[in-house]
Design a protein around this ligand. Sequence first.
Ligand SMILES: [Zn+2]
Length: 193
Amino acid sequence: MSLKQELEKRSNASCELCSAKEALFIYEIPPVSEVSADNSILICETCKSQIENPDTVNVNHWRCLNESMWSEHKPIQVLAWRMLNNLKNEGWPQDLLNMLYLDEEDLAWAKATIETENDEPVLIHKDVNGVPLEAGDSVVLIKDLKVKGSSMVAKQGTPVRRISLDPDNEEYIEGKVDGQTIVIITKYVKKIG
Ligand SMILES: [Zn+2]
């Protein structure tokens, strides 16, 4: 029996994700070294093209996972997990994801292709002397700073306690001066305490 025949038998010749009966393709779930029924599934053109071109995803199409994620077959579970994970910001996919239990090995497989957030460079906020700053630190201003959008000037020597860090920009921190939260450039502060 060929792989395609094997998958057609397993799937009843329908898309294993959305049950469509149209033309079906073998989709190998990456990363794959040797293709078998254990790491491939049969899917329709619609599912295939949206998996391969994430920009074209029609979120509602993937409500089909509501059913197919309960498949007993691991490759289907894994692919369902990946799609739900990609779409989780939509809300309902996150809810389904919470219900989809994979054992440790399968979860590792499901996560194998994720470009993790850990790959992003970690931002390190540093003061004028290159001393790393952490949220909650106290700093002192080393020069008079005009506060954007107001006539206020934060004076040199002003302490700013319990700063928070801009998660997207290592040159900015936030802190309260005169009861007002302002954005401060890290090179104009010195860590104290
Ligand atoms: Zn499909």
